[in-house]
Design a protein. Structure first.
Length: 369
């Protein structure tokens, strides 16, 4: 009998997705909003965490996420909460329009969708505060949809895997298209989280640990030894500096004057120590005091409060005064006891102002930006 000459078919090398998913099954980061690899996570938890994680680190989000989930364990509970309570719990996390949109989105899900999140990217994108990234993340992670999720970590990994030399942000469409070619039909949510974890723990901005990387054999940048130079970035624009002043006014009983900022605009709906407008002019005492909440004997606290927003850097002078009985009655705002200040919806900037005005009390809120 003639011998068979049929050769065994060569096995295809595992793809990026196969290698990453196998790595994720063992090395997935344990995060409070995550399910175990292979299982879908609670859409409410995924949504809440993804909104909080925009422009914010995992370490900063953890305590806020737990606090929100304890106080409002589901989307219906959050929708029923007064928006001021939501803003108060959000205080210190920054980018406050996220908190307003969070509440508006909870109301939309509760009222228009029977308390159930839509399970497609298109449906999710119709909700307040949910953009393309967040919609893709929720669709993939909570509902197992094949969606391509591209955050900063994924941008870095993909730029390196495909050795994309075009600088960001011009390279974004190419990165997205390449990321899409990697996304598997099954376990797209785990794949998205695996990419994020790889970027956060191994394919780091500086000194990536290519020797521990599950996809190093498939990485073009590593093969060429140029991983640390990618992704390239266009020249950064200098942030302009704006300046202004805050007026830390106390009453005879020690209470402090606060005001609520207008609902729209920067730090909208949050509380503030009364402040001037912020512009590029040099600090001029007379011009600043003309905007004080009352004509009083204001004293300048030495030094400046500095804070960096996305589009500008802010320097604030701080003035203090004790209100006369008449001024205490006439000024606009609310009087808050010093012990209650930490419970108010004061953004990080205003917490710095309070700390600066009351140095003898020690940092009431800490010095976090
Ligand atoms: S081999 Fe290095 S550069 Fe390439 S993806 Fe892995 S960690 Fe990143």
């Amino acid at each position: 009998m003639a011998k068979s000459t049929t050769k065994a078919k060569p096995q295809a090398a595992p793809s990026v997705a196969e290698r990453l998913l196998a790595w994720y099954d063992v090395h997935a980061r344990v995060l409070p909003w995550r399910s175990r690899p292979g299982a879908f996570a609670d859409p409410y938890a995924v949504w809440l965490s993804e909104i909080m994680l925009q422009q914010t680190t995992v370490a900063a989000v953890g305590p806020y996420f737990r606090k929100f989930l304890t106080r409002w364990p589901n989307v219906g509970a959050l929708a029923a909460a007064p928006v001021d309570d939501v803003m108060r719990e959000w205080a210190g996390l920054g980018y406050y329009s996220r908190a307003r949109n969070l509440h508006a989105c909870a109301i939309a899900v509760a009222n228009d969708h029977g308390g159930v999140f839509p399970d497609t990217e298109e449906g999710l994108r119709r909700l307040p505060g949910i953009g393309p990234y967040t919609a893709a993340a929720i669709a993939a992670i909570a509902f197992g949809r094949r969606a391509t999720v591209v955050d900063g970590n994924v941008e870095r990994v993909v730029s390196r895997l495909f050795r994309i030399e075009t600088p960001l942000p011009a390279s974004k469409p190419e990165i997205r298209a390449k990321a899409n070619t990697l996304t598997p039909d099954l376990r797209a949510g785990d794949f998205a989280q695996a990419m994020m974890d790889l970027g956060a723990t191994i394919c780091t901005p500086k000194r990536p640990s290519c020797n521990r990387c599950p996809v190093s054999e498939l990485c073009d940048a590593h093969a060429a030894g140029v991983e640390e130079t990618l992704p390239r970035r266009g020249a950064k624009k200098e942030r302009p500096v704006r300046r202004g002043a805050c007026f830390f006014l106390t009453r005879a009983d020690g209470a402090v004057l606060l005001r609520k900022r207008p609902a729209k605009g920067l730090l909208g709906g949050m509380m503030e120590v009364p402040t001037t407008e912020w512009n590029g002019a040099e600090l001029d005492k007379a011009a600043l005091l003309a905007q004080a909440p009352a004509k009083l004997s204001w004293r300048r606290v030495p030094g400046l409060v500095e804070h960096t927003f996305t589009h500008f850097h802010l320097q604030l002078a701080v003035f203090t005064a004790e209100a006369t009985a008449k001024a205490a009655k006439d000024v606009d705002g609310i009087w808050v006891g010093v012990d209650e200040l930490s419970g108010e919806a004061l953004p990080s900037l205003m917490r710095k102002v309070v700390d600066h005005a009351m140095p003898d009390l020690g940092p009431l809120f800490g010095r976090k930006a």
